[in-house]
Design a protein around this ligand. Structure first.
Ligand SMILES: [Cu+2]
Length: 338
C-alpha cells in the first residue's frame, strides 16, 4: 500500500476542514441566545472557533507526524541536515495568520458596528455641569447620590449624552419601547422604571420589546453583563452608557457585574426576568400596588439590595449559609479582618 503524500495531505486537509466547520456549528459552548443580536455574536464566535480548531489540528498534527517520522533511530548518531531558513515558508506562515487576523478584525468590527457600538452620533458622553443637573426636573437618583456628587447622576434627558450605544443600530435611535435606568453600586444593581416610578433589585422586561438601558454607577466602575444577551456594558460614575436590545426568549437570566469593583464584587449578581407580555403586565400591576402608600420606594428598594445598609456580618451571612458552613458572626468578622 503506497499512497502518494499529496493524496494523504489532501485527505487530511479535507478531514480537518470538515471537522472545523462541524465543531464551529455544533460546539454548544454558549448559553441560550436570548436577544435578537445574539445570533450575530454567536456567528463570530463560531467562525473563530472553526478557525482555531483547524489551526490546532494542523499545528498539532504536524508536530505529532514530525515527532514520529523524524525520531532518532537506534544507532543513528549523525547530525540533522543544517537548515538555516526557508523564505517561501516564512512568507507563507506570516501571510496566512495576517490574513486570518485581518479577516476576523473586519468581521468583529462589522458586528460591533451593527450593534451600535460605533455610532458616532452617540459619542458625546461628557459630564454634565452641575447646574444643568440641578435643573433636571426628575433626577431619579439624586437621593442616592448625596455622597458621590451631582456629576454621578444617571439621568437621561430627551437629548441623551450617552457614551456609547452598544445594542443600538446607527441611525435607528428612535425612542425605545421601554427605558430602564440601571444603577450599579457596591454591591448591587438597582433598576428604576421611569414610566411607573417602580424601583427593583431585579430587572423585569417584556419579551420582544425594544429595551433601552441607561446605565450608570454610583461609586466605582462596574460592568453590566448578561451572558445570555451577549451584551456587556460598563457602568461608569458620572457618565451614562447605554444598551439597546430586543429579547427573544422569555426566561430568567443572570446579571453579573463583570468589573472587579471591591471586596464583595463576586456577590454583585442579580437576575433579569424576561416576561411574556401578560406576565409583565401582572408584574407592573404588582409594583404599582406596592408603590401606593409607600413613602419612599427608593429607600425600601435600596435597603433590600444594598450592602451599604448592612454590617459586614449581615452581608456575608446568607453566603455562609449557602455554603452550609457553621459560621458564627465572630468567624465572619475575623475573615473580614484578615
Ligand atoms: Cu460591581
Amino acid at each position: 500500500m503506497n499512497i502518494p503524500t499529496t493524496i494523504l495531505t489532501l485527505i487530511a486537509g479535507v478531514a480537518i476542514t470538515l471537522l472545523s466547520l462541524w465543531l464551529g456549528q455544533n460546539n454548544h459552548l454558549l448559553p441560550i441566545a436570548a436577544t435578537d443580536n445574539a445570533a450575530s455574536v454567536d456567528g463570530l464566535f463560531n467562525a473563530m472557533l472553526a478557525i482555531s480548531v483547524g489551526l490546532f489540528c494542523l499545528v498539532q498534527g504536524l508536530i505529532v507526524i514530525a515527532a514520529i517520522k523524524f525520531r532518532q533511530r537506534p544507532g543513528d548518531e549523525t547530525d540533522g541536515p543544517p537548515i538555516h531558513g526557508n523564505i517561501p515558508l516564512e512568507i507563507l506562515w506570516t501571510a496566512i495568520p495576517a490574513v486570518l487576523v485581518l479577516g476576523i478584525s473586519v468581521y468583529s468590527f462589522e458586528i460591533y458596528n451593527q450593534m451600535g457600538g460605533l455610532d458616532p452620533m452617540n459619542h458625546s458622553g461628557h459630564i454634565k455641569p452641575a447646574a444643568q443637573i440641578a435643573m433636571q426636573p426628575e433626577s431619579m437618583t439624586s437621593g442616592l447620590l448625596a455622597a458621590s456628587g451631582p456629576e454621578a447622576s444617571g439621568d437621561a434627558a430627551p437629548q441623551p449624552n450617552f457614551a456609547a450605544g452598544v445594542g443600538a443600530k446607527p441611525g435607528e435611535m428612535a425612542p425605545a419601547d421601554m427605558t430602564v435606568k440601571v444603577m450599579g453600586l457596591q454591591y448591587a444593581w438597582l433598576f428604576t422604571y421611569p414610566d411607573t416610578g417602580a424601583i427593583s433589585g431585579e430587572l423585569h422586561i417584556p419579551v420582544g420589546k425594544d429595551i433601552e438601558l441607561d446605565i450608570s454607577a454610583q461609586d466605582v466602575l462596574h460592568a453590566f453583563w448578561v451572558p445570555q444577551f451577549r451584551l456587556k456594558q460598563d457602568a461608569i460614575p458620572g457618565k451614562t452608557t447605554q444598551l439597546r436590545f430586543v429579547t427573544s426568549v422569555p426566561g430568567t437570566y443572570p446579571i453579573v457585574c463583570a468589573e472587579l469593583c471591591g471586596s464583595y464584587h463576586g456577590a454583585m449578581r442579580t437576575q433579569v426576568i424576561v416576561h411574556t407580555p401578560e406576565d409583565y403586565e401582572l408584574w407592573q400591576q404588582s409594583q404599582l400596588a406596592l408603590l401606593e402608600g409607600v413613602g419612599d420606594p427608593q429607600a425600601i428598594a435600596l435597603a433590600s439590595v444594598s450592602a451599604a445598609s448592612k454590617t459586614d456580618s449581615e452581608f456575608l451571612e446568607p453566603f455562609a449559609e449557602a455554603m452550609s458552613m457553621d459560621m458564627t458572626p465572630e468567624m465572619i468578622h475575623q475573615i473580614h479582618a484578615s
